[in-house]
Design a protein around this ligand. Structure first.
Ligand SMILES: Cc1cc2nc3c(=O)[nH]c(=O)nc-3n(C[C@H](O)[C@H](O)[C@H](O)COP(=O)(O)OP(=O)(O)OC[C@H]3O[C@@H](n4cnc5c(N)ncnc54)[C@H](O)[C@@H]3O)c2cc1C
Length: 417
């Protein structure tokens, strides 16, 4: 027994020494290459290491804060030499803290200082650095010619993690997922070379990025096609009379049928389920009166009536669902975007329910994506105290893969070399 204890203490001491040596070696390599890092114990370190999901905290071996693509390349090269896992973090909103590696000891490449957005006034293509958050992207696209791309609701979510794994929100029925608007990317690969990819340049990498991006490299910037903002949108909600499991099941069936067969392309909706009420929430690309006539058949079908409505402009629609977050966030960012807890329900339960959007077939897919069939069916259990059931199906070039995770969470940790 005494021998075992002595052996265990010896193993622990050896491991601690090894990790200190690794830390010193990566520090040396990074400083030799002139790569900026967060000092351990500094305010910047604390901000960058804070996970959105505070139950999953991890300690990186070092945090790199690049301001150039060359810094990212040098960081990947150092990590590969020392056999340290390296992974990028953009908005830090991975539910599983994959931006921090999902375990201790990764080299984290914190990209949120790289957040420039530039719209080409002729092609209307936006070049967006990988650390930009959704709210900053929406604000800049609005300011640079009232343009937009399709994406989710929370301003603090990073465009990179979001669009590399899907990205849906209140424009997805009308305009598809965020990844449908990607036109190209600049990527640092595991061997630290930098490449561009698009439909015509490294097309296989471009295909792989749109759905599994974090497995193939560190994107340093994107090129996105953009669309004209609609002149007006109408934000709405309706309480659904689903008071028991039978009513909920019957209601879901009717809703799915309407969504699949009758829903106009301008309608974007989600179901917000809680233990005490279930709401349809959405955004209609049109005026209040157009919404009223478009949604009337669904209200009749479900025995519901339209609740609040607000006609506004496109940015007004984005703000309506920002949950009080800063609409144009940049570094330093303190993670909020949680709805206030109604009654005594735990915030995270509500939040988990809130983020499950009703994803529906799209009438207006951008033509270049027609070869890919992506459908997602999300089944939300109405009793928020019980586990949420999420079935996430994805069809890629005729093959179906099933992911147990929620949307936007196909994050994989990549190891260099
Ligand atoms: C509050 C909140 C609201 C949300 N709302 C929505 C929503 O409305 N719609 C929706 O679809 N999803 C939504 N999500 C899910 C969100 O889109 C995903 O969690 C997404 O992966 C987060 O991206 P990020 O850059 O913020 O996270 P990060 O933690 O920085 O990154 C997530 C993953 O992407 C990888 N990654 C990050 N940057 C890069 C890069 N530059 N190159 C390669 N890989 C990279 C990371 O290594 C990690 O594996 C929400 C999540 C939260 C927490």
């Amino acid at each position: 027994m005494r021998l075992n204890l002595a052996f265990s203490v010896g193993v622990c001491a050896t491991l601690a020494n090894a990790s200190l040596e690794k830390r010193a070696a990566i520090d040396d390599c990074l400083s030799g290459a002139g790569v900026p890092t967060d000092a351990r114990g500094s305010t910047a370190w604390s901000q960058d290491v804070a996970p959105f999901n505070t139950r999953l905290k991890y300690t990186p071996v070092a945090i790199v804060v690049p301001s150039t693509v060359a810094h990212v390349q040098a960081a990947v090269s150092c990590a590969a030499k020392l056999n340290i896992k390296v992974n990028p973090k953009s908005g830090g909103h991975s539910y599983a803290s994959f931006g921090l590696g999902g375990e201790d000891g990764h080299l984290v490449v914190e990209l949120d200082r790289l957040n420039q957005v530039t719209v080409d006034s002729t092609t209307k293509i936006a070049t967006i650095q990988a650390g930009a958050r959704l709210g900053h992207v929406a604000t800049q696209l609005n300011q640079q010619g009232a343009r937009a791309i399709s994406h989710g609701t929370c301003p603090g979510v990073g465009l990179a993690g979001h669009s590399l794994h899907g990205g849906f929100g209140f424009s997805s029925h009308t305009h598809g997922l965020a990844l449908d608007w990607m036109a190209g990317a600049t990527v640092v690969l595991a061997n630290s070379t930098v490449v561009n990819c698009s439909q015509t340049e490294n097309p296989d990498l471009f295909w792989a990025l749109r759905g599994a991006g974090s497995s193939f490299g560190i994107v340093t910037s994107f090129r996105f096609n953009t669309f004209d903002q609609p002149p007006q949108v109408t934000v709405f909600s309706a309480n659904l009379p689903w008071n028991n499991a039978q009513q909920a099941a019957a209601g879901w069936t009717k809703l799915q049928d309407w969504v699949q067969n009758s829903m106009p392309a301008e309608m974007n909706m989600r179901v917000f389920g809680m233990s005490f009420s279930t709401q349809l929430q959405g955004m209609y690309y049109g005026s209040q009166s157009q919404l009223q006539s478009a949604i009337a058949p669904l209200m009749t079908l479900l025995g519901a009536s339209l609740g609040s409505t607000q006609q506004t402009n496109y940015m007004g629609g984005f703000v309506a669902y920002d949950n009080g977050d800063n609409v144009d966030p940049s570094h330093p960012y303190s993670q909020v975007c949680l709805p206030p807890p109604p009654r005594s329900l735990p915030v995270l339960t509500i939040f988990a329910a809130r983020t499950l959007l009703l994803q529906i077939p799209r009438h207006h897919r951008p033509p270049r994506r027609r070869h890919d069939r992506r459908h997602q069916l999300l089944v939300l259990h109405r009793q928020a105290e019980l586990p949420l059931l999420v079935h996430h199906h994805r069809h890629v070039r005729g093959q179906e893969r099933r992911h147990p995770q929620g949307p936007g969470e196909h994050d994989l940790v990549r190891s260099p070399g």
